[in-house]
Design a protein around this ligand. Sequence first.
Ligand code: NAP
Length: 263
Amino acid sequence: MKRLAVLGHPVAHSRSPAMQEAALDAVGLGGEWSYEAIDVDPGDFEARVRAMPGEGFVGANVTVPHKGAALSVADVLSETAREIGAANALSFEAGEIRADNTDAPGFLEALPGPVAGRRALVLGAGGAGRAIVWALAREGAEVEVWNRTELRAAHLCEELGGRSVTDPDPAAYELLVNTTAVGLRGEDPFAELPLRAADLAPSQTVVDMVYGAEPTRLLAAAEAAGATTVDGIELLVRQGARSFRIWTGREAPLDAMRSAARV
Ligand code: NAP
């Protein structure tokens, strides 16, 4: 049995096991490969990862709070992981640990079209914000970054590109991306973030990385305004599909992954 896992803390809520198991079944690898969730305390992360190849693991996704530690434990880093400073996919091969970041290319794949020359506002400067700003800047978008803690946005832009802003006009952007945790526990995005529902328009694409059982308030408002929307589940599916390809060498069955992730 070839084993895969997602490592996080907490991790019980993760949709990755159901989504990846569905993908393995859909391509006929269900009997030979498995995918599980493993809760790892930050202090135990390195030892846990180093033990995995000996336990039959060929790869792992890494989620909060281990995405930085996943870089430190790796022998080989993809260019994307190194530049972003975080990894969400590890693979174990020939005695080596390789770290990739599939969040950034997965995000670009989920967008409805190219972003070169488009004006984008990224809300948030945490781990998710870093991957998104890196991806947009690299593709030639005009990126501006707002964060509740201003200094964090300024540092992120110095490092990865984009321009930090403190009082953005949300109507001025073609792409709005919420990478903050606002909405995760039902917070009002129009109270916590520099957004007004009335400014959302059909010409805009609105992406919310937060996901739950119901559409977030931000995406519900964006949809009502006629904007194009991309939700956090689609981003989860896209990063998972790229991880799946790295480990198995197979094209990922996106529809099977979407159905399993949305249950
Ligand atoms: P993180 O590193 O802890 O960063 C949290 C961000 O949220 C920071 O920018 C923080 O601002 C901001 N924030 C938190 N509460 C806020 C509030 N009340 N008002 C304004 N800003 C607030 O977390 P992360 O790893 O970037 O994750 C952020 C979100 O993205 C989470 O909901 C996570 O589940 C989601 N996510 C989704 C995917 C996916 O595949 N769909 C992947 C990764 C992450 P400060 O700097 O001011 O604290």
